[in-house]
Design a protein around this ligand. Structure first.
Ligand code: ADP
Ligand code: MG
Length: 865
């Protein structure tokens, strides 16, 4: 990005300014001196090509029209311009909204620097080449014929040398601290903290010097280039540098607030800056009238005037100036009563005491090969970057380090599993497969076929398979698993499948029996409804090899038994199980093939992170006989109940999900029973209704579900126990009460209980959410029934930390990296593969730091959070 920005950027800014205008009543005040004058200057700063100038002129004509129009007409003109802008920016391949966002984070730098500010020179040191997208001709703006293209592009100005960050630090007054001996010594000791500081360190959970050095900012504001007053516009984060003309105080009329108002001038104008209720500031500011002052903060449009809502103030003449204004300022996660100023100083001191101790875990050779910056520089720059671009590069390096540790861990595990020794090859018998297919009441979809082929190829090898089978709810994973189990059993080996709930295990037992017994394979079901003796018997049979296929819950891995001859272990609904359980199940036999299945459509980014030790097969389509489930948000209860009645009269069945009660399963069960009674007595006296909840005895759950499946129950009132896996194709209505209390993934799972047959199905979400995120969630659900899209949406809404229960996945928490950062993730994967290819056990001396980092990182993951 060129310092003064290209046309695309100017246009994106225009979009933003117009939005501010529309919001503030189109008074033409979102910029100083009017929008036309502002953009005339702005375009002139861009160094536009001839062709771009034509387009810019067209835009300015529109802006003139805007200014000339009456207040009533302006909004419409503004919107018209915004629409055209969007079209133009879309052609450049940059969505206006993203561009706008970037512009908001990166204040424009004025073309001419304020010469009085020395910091400005180092800011400009950033060597950059202009990369702003050239705008292709657009019929919208460029109606004149295109001139000959002889555009040399904006001239690149000679750039002075960049300051070394370490050197920059040493110039700061904080550098007087002695060097610490190790990053692992207590922070208070390294920093020589007094009582008050010790207490604050404790409050923030900062124990060691390392923890302060790695106390990462959550954001930065770019206050690096002072912005001239005539270039300011609403919402911009700026540093204003000028002369402090006057400081006055007054009180608000109604409330007893003290206001301090400063007037600051620069060569282009005068701006008012006000502080509320900070009387001590008067003492600081008043004596310095007439001096140069720097104020950082946000430009706001108040009562039709632009003014600055100040965040920090410094005097360039002071020694410490530059930590809070006039540079890129870190914003740290904070807590009650702890100021950003204090945090910045603290981190600066920690860096000067400890930066020299930061070592790079990556060998020089790898860094050179992949063009990676040094970690120490990255740490320094991530805290106090010279520019946002530098911040991003630094963050990428730190993020890479985190993701690399994850990838190394994953790949090592995969490697260990495969190297543990030979597994057993299970050859696909085509005749048997043919018979299996012929016995199905449907034809496998192409996606099922592909997934099955991938699985069978893996199983045919003697290296044990480690594969994830991913497919949206209802995509038909069970039958694929069944085929694999069939081949395994007929090859003379045992197979097992582990489900997250009793109900699901019971259902799998039933399905697999129907699919496998005709081919002479027996299925043993291990659930809580067996007596103790029956269970002991089943285990014994498994140990002695009499069981062919064993179906159960996580009780399978809690029990201390080993199969006689386990060939294939399957984990269903993987998102409920973590990495450790996966390993435990696999440990039930001697190098069995492992298949994990999940209905949770995970964005590719997360798949690599969470399931980096697995190969992936995806069933990306649903069977052809399905219709999309009609999903409605917030109908009145009566409408939902009418629909249920109507569908039941037509021979269908329905689910009603009770509100989520978080206190305990017992209370939730009680609430469900009460709700079931209300529905039976007051709403559906004529229908057959049963309540299913987690506190029922296993055999009662089985019985109820069995009767529902056989059509002897019309309405199943249930707690979230029906969330995963239940397959009753005749059920066509899903009503979720208090839907806003459930997460998006869970709601999608509920909806997945219907639409499993050829009949049209409905999902009604009863909800009255006031929380905007909850509303967005429900709207997203209505908008699509594609689980992958929803997964992306959920990731966006909730952030990766809470994504689809990844908290339980046994992965270390990420500090800097975003799991959505696919480029860094891919790079981490690639580098990890490279490193392990030469040194699978990380025993080489140049990998010692990496090996140690890996150990600590995964230890932290294993520790209960
Ligand atoms: P999930 O992937 O959610 O576990 P299931 O394996 O439970 O889905 O399958 C959902 C339903 O779709 C089951 O009733 C199953 O019999 C049926 N089904 C599976 N594959 C097909 C297919 N190719 N054509 C039609 N129906 C299918
Ligand atoms: Mg399933």
């Amino acid at each position: 990005m060129p310092l003064d920005g290209g046309l695309a950027e100017a246009l994106a800014l225009l979009g933003k300014v117009l939005e501010a205008e529309i919001q503030a009543g189109c008074k033409n005040r979102a910029t100083a001196r009017g929008i036309h004058a502002f953009f005339t200057q702005r375009f002139a700063d861009c160094g536009l090509s001839d062709e771009e100038q034509i387009r810019a002129r067209r835009v300015l004509e529109y802006l003139q029209r805007y200014e000339a129009a009456t207040m009533e007409d302006r909004p419409e003109i503004a919107r018209l311009i915004v629409r055209r802008l969007d079209a133009t920016l879309a052609q450049t391949g940059t969505a206006a909204s993203t561009e706008t966002r970037r512009v908001r984070e990166t204040p424009m730098r004025p073309a001419e620097a304020a010469p009085s500010i020395p910091a400005e020179q180092s800011r400009r040191a950033e060597s950059q080449t202009p990369t702003s997208p050239r705008i292709p001709p657009s019929s919208e703006w460029a109606e004149e014929p295109r001139p000959a293209a002889d555009d040399p592009g904006p001239a690149v100005q000679p750039q002075p040398e960049a300051l070394e960050p370490v050197a920059a630090l040493e110039q700061s007054p904080a550098a007087k601290l002695p060097q610490a001996a190790s990053l692992d010594i207590p922070a208070a000791e390294a920093l020589g903290s007094a009582a008050r500081e010790r207490q604050r360190l404790e409050q923030l959970g900062l124990t060691t010097l390392r923890s302060v050095v790695e106390y990462w900012p959550r954001d930065h504001y770019d206050y690096s280039a002072p912005v001239r007053i005539n270039r300011m516009y609403a919402d911009l984060q700026v540093t204003l540098v000028g002369t402090l003309r006057s400081v006055d105080t007054r009180r608000t009329a109604n409330r007893n607030l003290q206001i301090i108002e400063a007037k600051i001038s620069d060569p282009t104008g005068l701006m008012s800056v006000t502080w509320f209720n900070q009387p001590y500031l008067l003492k600081t500011l008043k004596p310095r009238e007439g001096e140069q002052i720097a104020v950082s903060g946000k430009v706001e449009l108040k009562n039709g005037r632009l003014q600055l809502a100040p965040r920090d103030v410094e005097f360039p003449a002071d020694e410490e100036a530059g930590t809070n204004t006039m540079s890129v300022i870190p914003i740290y996660p904070s807590s009650e009563g702890i100021a950003q100023r204090w945090l910045r100083k603290l981190v600066r001191r920690a860096l000067s005491a400890g930066a020299a101790l930061i070592t790079d875990p990556l060998p020089q050779e790898i860094r050179t090969r992949f063009g990676l910056p040094d970690r120490r520089a990255a740490v320094l720059q991530y805290h106090f970057p010279e520019s946002l671009e530098e911040r991003d590069r630094a963050r990428n390096r730190l993020a890479l380090d985190e993701l690399l540790l994850i990838q190394l861990g994953m790949l090592q595990r995969k490697h260990e599993w495969q190297e543990e020794g030979e597994g057993r090859s299970i050859t696909a018998d085509p005749e048997l497969l043919g018979q299996f297919r012929a016995g199905l009441p449907f034809t496998l979809t192409a996606a099922q076929d592909t997934a099955l082929a991938e699985i069978l190829t893996d199983m045919g090898r003697s290296t044990p398979m480690s594969r994830l089978l991913q497919g949206d709810v209802g995509s038909g994973k069970t039958v694929v698993a069944a085929a694999a189990l069939l081949l395994c059993a007929r090859a003379g080996m045992q197979g097992t499948i582990m489900a997250p709930t009793e109900i699901l295990a019971e259902q799998h037992g039933r399905t697999l029996r129907a699919l496998l017994e005709p081919h002479g394979v027996s299925v043993t079901l291990l659930t809580g409804s067996l007596t103790k003796a029956q269970r002991a018997r089943a285990y014994l049979d498994a140990v002695e090899g009499r069981v062919q296929i064993l179906v159960g819950t996580h009780a399978l891995i809690q029990n201390d038994f080993k199969f006689n001859n386990l060939g294939l272990a399957i984990v269903d609904e993987q998102h409920r199980f973590g990495v450790a359980q996966r390993a435990a199940l696999k440990g039930k036999g001697f190098n069995p093939h492992l298949l994990v299945m999940t209905a949770t459509p995970i964005p590719r980014t997360l798949t690599l992170t969470i399931f980096g030790d697995l190969d992936v097969s995806i069933i990306g389509e649903r069977p052809p006989n399905r219709q999309p489930v009609e999903t409605r948000w917030a109908p009145v209860e009566r409408q939902a109940f009418d629909l249920i009645r109507e569908q039941i009269q037509a021979g269908r069945q329905a689910y009603i999900i009770c509100p989520l009660v978080e206190e305990s399963e017992a209370i939730e069960a009680k609430a469900a029973v009460a709700e079931g009674k209300r529905l039976q007595d007051e709403v559906f006296p004529e229908l057959r209704l049963e309540v299913l909840h987690g506190k029922l005895r296993p055999q009662d759950k089985d019985a109820i579900l069995g009767r529902f499946r056989d059509g002897e129950i019309d309405i199943l009132v249930a707690t979230s126990v029906v969330e995963v896996g239940i397959d009753v194709p005749n059920a066509t209505v899903m009503v979720v009460q208090d839907a806003q209390r459930f997460g998006l993934a869970q709601l999608h799972q509920f909806r997945g209980r219907v639409g499993r047959g050829a009949e049209k199905s409905y999902c009604l979400l009863l909800a009255d959410p006031t929380n905007p995120i909850a509303r967005e969630r429900l709207q997203a659900l209505c908008a699509t029934d594609d689980g992958f899209k929803l997964a992306e949406e959920d990731l966006r809404l909730r952030g990766p930390g809470e994504f689809w229960g990844t908290r339980q996945s046994g992965l270390p928490a990420l500090q800097v990296a975003q799991v959505t950062d696919i480029r860094t993730l891919d790079l981490a994967r690639h580098i990890a593969e490279n490193i392990l290819a030469d040194d699978p056990t990380l025993d080489a001396p140049e990998h010692a730091a990496l090996a140690e980092g890996l150990r600590q990182f995964w230890q932290q993951a294993a520790a209960p959070s």
